[in-house]
Design a binder for this molecule. Sequence first.
Ligand SMILES: NC(=O)c1ccc[n+]([C@@H]2O[C@H](COP(=O)([O-])OP(=O)(O)OC[C@H]3O[C@@H](n4cnc5c(N)ncnc54)[C@H](O)[C@@H]3O)[C@@H](O)[C@H]2O)c1
Length: 265
Amino acid sequence: MSRFHGRIALVTGAASGIGRATAVRLASEGALVAAVDRDVEGAEETVSAAKSADGECIAVCCDVSDSRAVADAVAEIEGKLGAVDTLANVAGVGDTAGMEGIEGIDDERWRFVLDVNLSGPMYLCRALLPGMAERGRGAVVNVSSLAGRSKSANGGLAYTASKSGLLGLTRHLAFDYGPRGVRVNAICPGGVDTPMIRAGGVDQALSDEEANARMERIQAYSYFMPIKRLSSPEEQASAIAFLASEDASYINGVALDVNGGLFMA
Ligand SMILES: NC(=O)c1ccc[n+]([C@@H]2O[C@H](COP(=O)([O-])OP(=O)(O)OC[C@H]3O[C@@H](n4cnc5c(N)ncnc54)[C@H](O)[C@@H]3O)[C@@H](O)[C@H]2O)c1
């Protein structure tokens, strides 16, 4: 398939997990891809993976929670590759520190999670959507979470709030930019086998009490999961590529659940 032939794609969080799988998938389908991450070594590994899949990809270092860094990265990418018409906002941080409840969340933690998971995608959209609208073509896919549709099983309050907020951002931008040829959608993954979910595993717990609590949560999670396994990052990338492609030309403003039926609504 070459659904993205002639397209320029920017993927954040591209050094790992879902972001890496998305960058490789879009590149393998013909896009010129900018793999953006604060972890530049990881992003370079993604470039190698994309090249092994016969794709073209460059690595760009950027902290998406820093609005000036985002503006600089976008200018660098558009200078090297051309005008971006496909944006996947995948970068995100988990929030297992917030599991204990609202009284355990200090201002710094709250702002950190919201800055990366919600402000980051807003900065990328602000930098790119006006240009896409001017050219009359573009697609954005924001990676929210099952947490944004319901509540987080593995993360804390700030994570749930950030991923819910991202769905609001998605809907509002879909309304504003739909008339100008730009579609904005979101996916809501359930459990995906990446370093983020492994950080919430039993072997990473700091005490026996926490290990037991994590084990209980994981068992409950497994019970309610109709497809009895975690998703691979590639299965999420497949949904992102669908929404970003012309196959989804009449889909705008949706939150697509990619959770194996763990949360059905
Ligand atoms: N893994 C899951 O079970 C799961 C479930 C639902 C949603 N998600 C969401 O999917 C997205 C990708 O997560 P993943 O599971 O692939 O995790 P991951 O930890 O494998 O990858 C996250 C990537 O984001 C990058 N990143 C983090 N903060 C950044 C910042 N400030 N600037 C630039 N890059 C930054 C990291 O360096 C990393 O490469 C996240 O938004 C996450 O919330 C994951």
